[in-house]
Write a protein that binds this ligand. Structure first.
Ligand code: COA
Length: 158
């Protein structure tokens, strides 16, 4: 079985992330969506909340998708679950530099785990987790940009 890990902050998950996930499912038998720690970011939602939103928005994929979290390195997690690939989405040239560095660091940790980059669709490429936060806090409808579980979580935390 070909397994991939899709790591990210998912703070919160957006339709852009789900688009990447759906396309990864065409390549892999199973994808584990992994809530991981980005040291450069201060999370808006707790890990538990992010996992909950992801579980709810990916339940339609059944056993093909599972959701987990880690405080450690994504490469180490991938090794533990027998995955040789990490999935990431690329939206624009501006994402490239960060992803390039991440890829180099991951290769240094263990070159046996490769990163696969999928290009975001143009319909979702303008979405980011921080723009969702700004839109919601300014009273703009976010329901076309994120799964229902995220809208519910925002309303609950208001
Ligand atoms: N469409 C639209 N938006 C997208 C997208 C897509 N396909 N893919 C990502 N984004 C957006 C997100 O909404 C998010 O927006 P924001 O910057 O406003 O929050 C941004 O792009 C990136 O977020 P995301 O992909 O959720 O997570 P990340 O880039 O913060 O994830 C980790 C980085 C967690 C994978 C990385 O830090 C990591 O691997 N950490 C664990 C420790 C480790 O192993 N480090 C590496 C070796 S040192």
């Amino acid at each position: 079985m070909k397994i991939a890990v899709y790591p990210g902050s998912f703070d919160p998950v957006t339709n852009g992330h789900l688009d990447i996930l759906e396309r990864a499912l065409k390549i892999f038998d199973k994808v584990i969506v992994l809530v991981a720690v980005n040291n450069q970011k201060k999370p808006r939602f707790t890990t538990k909340e992010r996992v909950e939103m992801l579980r709810d928005s990916t339940k339609k994929y059944g056993d093909k998708v599972s959701v987990d979290s880690t405080e450690g390195l994504t490469v180490n997690y991938a090794k533990q679950v027998g995955a040789k690939h990490l999935i990431r989405g690329l939206r624009a040239v501006s994402d490239f530099e960060y992803e390039f560095q991440l890829s180099a660091a991951n290769e240094y940790i263990d070159s046996d785990v490769d990163m696969i980059f999928l290009m975001s669709h143009k319909e979702t490429s303008f979405i980011s987790s921080s723009s969702i936060d700004d839109l919601f806090r300014n009273g703009i409808d976010i329901s076309q940009l994120v799964p229902e579980s995220v809208v519910k979580m925002y309303k609950k935390n208001k």
